[in-house]
Design a protein. Sequence first.
Length: 329
Amino acid sequence: MRDAVSCLIRAYAALGILIATALAPAAPAFSQSFPTKAVRVVTGDPGGGTDFVGRLVAQVLGNALGQPMIVENRGGASGILAAQSVAKAAPDGHTLLLYGNRIWILQYLRDDVPFDAVKDFSPITLAVRSPNILVLHPAVPIDSVRALIASAKARPGSLNYAATGSGTPNHMAAELFRAMAGVDLVRINYKGTSAAMNGLLRNDVQIMFATVAAVLSHIKAGKLKVLGVTSAQPSALLPDVPTVAASGLPGYESGSAYGYFAPAGTSTTVITRLNQEIAGILRRTDMREKLLGAGVESVGSTPEEFAAVIKSEMTRMGKVIKDAGIRED
């Protein structure tokens, strides 16, 4: 009798498992098998920073995911075409966007942006940062951030700064400096970094917030004078250079940042997988060294940390843009 009862219990238990399995919601197929095909990373900067980072990471990421990686450059229209193509892509993790700060400030610079930087994308990871370097022509008799602010306040409009277009990192760095310091610096716009650098070296303009790659050789040659780095903390790119914040403008921070995005609606499972793989690659010692050699610092954040950065930057830089009345050229 006891054996018969035991058999009956086991039978009911087995039946219960079968029923529970049948009634359980099916998990999306792509979350179990992702990726099932080549993964495409779209950038809007042919031959530029996002292109370099995208290709460097793709060399390792393809092996980790077990699928080919395709880095596709879609330039033009201020990078809008690249972002728009990913916003409209299937939210399955096979189409990603690698884009810079501009994606979250573009809506403040123009009225025809066909995507929403928050609603249309799922952040994966903040990939890299690159501070600007505040440099002056050696002929300018100023040797510190404090002295620069004092001079600009004493003679409003007497100092010019070089910019390479509305909303570019060097432009926004200068505008943030103007706003926080309460000074009047005159913007001189150039078509590209090379033209702006030549203007600075000729002393046509006195100031520039430039990338490390653009100014390092000139600093070493004594052709430019460096006052500070724009990151919140001293940068590994120029460890001996103090921050602008610590040199006379507390709270100041600016620079370039690139991050990976997926289309909104992408499965949390897929986002987590992509974050683990990409952030893990970015944190590798060999990858950090390669990126430092190219003038950027690797980050590798969580999706939540990246989303917080975007929200903070949109609030902070959106106000600067609105208050200064900046529009895209």
